[in-house]
Design a protein around this ligand. Sequence first.
Ligand SMILES: Cc1cc2nc3c(=O)[nH]c(=O)nc-3n(C[C@H](O)[C@H](O)[C@H](O)COP(=O)(O)O)c2cc1C
Length: 185
Amino acid sequence: MRLIVAITGASGIVYGKRLLEVLDEKKIEVHLIVSKAAEKVAKHELKQTKKDLEKLATHTYDEHDLNAPCMSGSFQTDGMIIVPCTMKTLAGIASGYADNLILRAADVTIKEHRRLVIVPRETPLSVIHLRNMLIVAELGVFVVPAMPAYYHNPTKLDDLVDFVVGKILDCFGIEHKLYRRWKSP
Ligand SMILES: Cc1cc2nc3c(=O)[nH]c(=O)nc-3n(C[C@H](O)[C@H](O)[C@H](O)COP(=O)(O)O)c2cc1C
């Protein structure tokens, strides 16, 4: 399996990092793009650099590298995940304004009818944010907000992170044991 993963500058970089760890453990080929803003947030939230995140990927690209393979639909992938996804990147996807590699790769993923999963993070959500989510959802994009549940009885922060990462993997049918699935008591 070959996936494009993008990490943008929303709070919750930990979700992106944990996803990379899990995909690495599962030996899934990952083409990673980390935005400039994500670099800043990673430094603040995780005390980690872009390089620390890139170590977990198979191939890495600069967000301004408009010659990268994933710029083109001819580069075949099983889909793309943007985690976390800022409202700026969401707006770019919803409007087709593909002025960096993350937006272009998302645009390509949609036009090629491949699976695109975004993990938006913002609160509260404005009508603009909600409209943009509706636009992409109507195109078939999986909108998986960074919204952990509590029915699996989490006992630590890692359990909440793993729940969201597990829901991302569910969109691709990738097996995991990151959270306990609901069973009536
Ligand atoms: C510490 C920090 C946290 C941020 N959190 C969010 C957030 O949760 N959601 C969001 O949409 N933008 C957030 N932003 C703003 C984005 O980083 C900003 O809009 C940036 O231009 C997004 O660029 P990108 O989508 O190319 O990464 C945050 C910025 C900082 C510095």
